[in-house]
Design a protein around this ligand. Structure first.
Ligand SMILES: *Cc1c(COP(=O)(O)O)cnc(C)c1O
Length: 431
């Protein structure tokens, strides 16, 4: 058992400062056992907590750190920018440079707007979709997360109704009622909904690779049908690629599947570990945004030069020719080792994977495309999370969240981690 006394002491204090002791709920370890670890530093594939325990990190700040912690190029770029000051509230050349890395590589967007988080990107893009189409309703899919945007903190209503109902206190029913909530991977439900509301729907927003509530890989036929139905009915297709963008390929899920949305949102990786989000679309759609057009959106720290510098350094590395294939190869090696072990032992467990993302599925079914198929019993996850922590492997503290492999996770580290996973699985299934 590792010592956590410093983390425990810090958590006791933080609980008096912040709701639940944290500044983002999942960090509180509420769905697993124990106290949150307070992290002191990270380097490469590793993090250290305040008690000097060292962990192989698969949380990677929930996705942004595709090069691992404290990457030298990102570090140098941040320091160089910082030497010129931290913020001006005026344009800098660094915004151009990050845009020049992104726009030529992503064929379906012609203009971008930088913001400061994924939530802000989605919220702004939703306003843009409504402003451009003059329509008010939005289709959302159950099991997708789009940040804490009011209109998207909405779940399916009861019965057959597609009108959403609020999933958070403080979100009014009138807001929720403009959101139509549909099951993932269900073409018929989509057709019915569009048939009923077609002239009122501004956009359909989806995580094309839903990775915030398990890893709910969609059939390509579903995504294609969604694309076609949107086009046929004047509905904008909005890919929320905050997690999948620059992760499964440089151009995200859109490039991976070869299906292009009308509007896209990015976050996480785009900022190299600093707070950046972005949304983009064609020149025509983006012309609706202030100061060119009537849709208002602004930000004091938008396009912050230090954050831009981090994004430029990180995306420069990601744009190298073999970057994504080599990440995927490493991930496959890691996942196969663990899945082979589980299968020999007949454990009802599977690491589900795409690109360099993996998710621990405990219901023994390889591919789950729908939110209601997730095994809600997270007991097994609690055990494996605890056993892995005790063995120096850090997973994000929730069984609904995915893990990430970074460029800094080398084969040796991954082999060590895979062995720890196998040990932990034996404990989960032999209790
Ligand atoms: C993380 C995430 C968000 C929210 O981004 P924040 O930076 O946490 O506000 C939105 N959409 C998706 C798909 C995400 O993964």
């Amino acid at each position: 058992m590792i010592s956590r006394s410093t983390s425990q002491m810090l958590f006791e204090k933080s609980k008096t400062y912040f709701p639940g002791g944290v500044n983002s709920p999942v960090r509180a370890f509420k769905s697993v056992e124990g106290t949150p670890l307070f992290i002191k530093k990270g380097d490469g594939a590793y993090i250290w907590d305040e008690d000097d325990n060292k962990f192989i990190d698969f949380c990677c700040s929930w996705g942004p750190l595709i090069l691992g912690h404290n990457n030298q190029k990102v570090y140098d770029s941040i320091v160089a920018a910082l030497q010129n000051g931290s913020s001006f509230g005026a344009p800098t050349r660094l915004e151009n440079e990050l845009a020049e890395l992104i726009l030529p590589r992503i064929p379906f967007i012609e203009k971008l707007r930088f913001v400061s988080s994924g939530t802000e990107a989605v919220m702004s893009a939703l306003r843009l979709a409504r402003g451009y189409t003059g329509r008010s309703k939005v289709i959302k899919f159950e099991g997708c997360y789009h940040g804490h945007v009011d209109a998207l903190l909405v779940k399916a209503g009861s019965g057959l109704a597609t009108l959403g109902t609020s999933s958070s206190a403080g979100v009014t029913e009138s807001l929720a009622n403009d959101t139509l909530v549909l099951p993932l991977n269900d073409i018929q439900a989509l057709k019915n909904c569009i048939e009923q509301y077609k002239n009122e729907i501004a956009c359909a927003v989806i995580e094309p690779i839903p990775a915030n509530n398990g890893l709910l890989l969609q059939e390509k036929t579903f995504l294609l049908a969604l694309r076609e139905l949107c086009t046929a009915n004047g509905i904008l297709l909005f890919f929320d690629e905050v997690i999948s963008g620059f992760r499964v390929s440089f151009g995200g899920a859109a490039e991976y599947y070869g299906i292009y949305p009308d509007i896209v949102s990015y976050g996480k990786i785009i900022g190299g570990g600093l707070p950046v989000g972005a949304y983009g679309a064609s020149n025509e759609i983006m012309a609706m945004i202030a100061p060119e057009g009537p849709v208002y959106q602004a930000g004091t720290l938008s396009g912050n030069p230090v954050a831009m510098a981090a994004g430029i350094a990180q995306l420069s590395v990601c744009s190298a020719p073999d970057f994504y294939s080599s990440l995927e190869e490493k991930t496959q090696h890691f996942v196969k080792k663990i899945n082979d072990f589980a299968s020999i032992k007949n454990y009802p467990f599977e690491l589900v994977t795409i690109g360099s993302i993996f998710w621990l599925s405990f219901n023994g079914k390889k591919r789950i495309a729908n939110a209601d198929e997730i095994n809600a019993d997270m007991t097994a996850f609690k055990i494996i999370h605890r056993e892995l922590l005790n063995r120096g492997v850090y997973l994000g503290p929730s069984g609904y969240e995915v893990g990430f492999i970074s460029q800094a996770h080398d084969m040796e580290t991954l082999d060590i981690a895979a062995n720890k996973f196998c040990e932990a699985l034996e404990i989960v299934f032999n209790n």
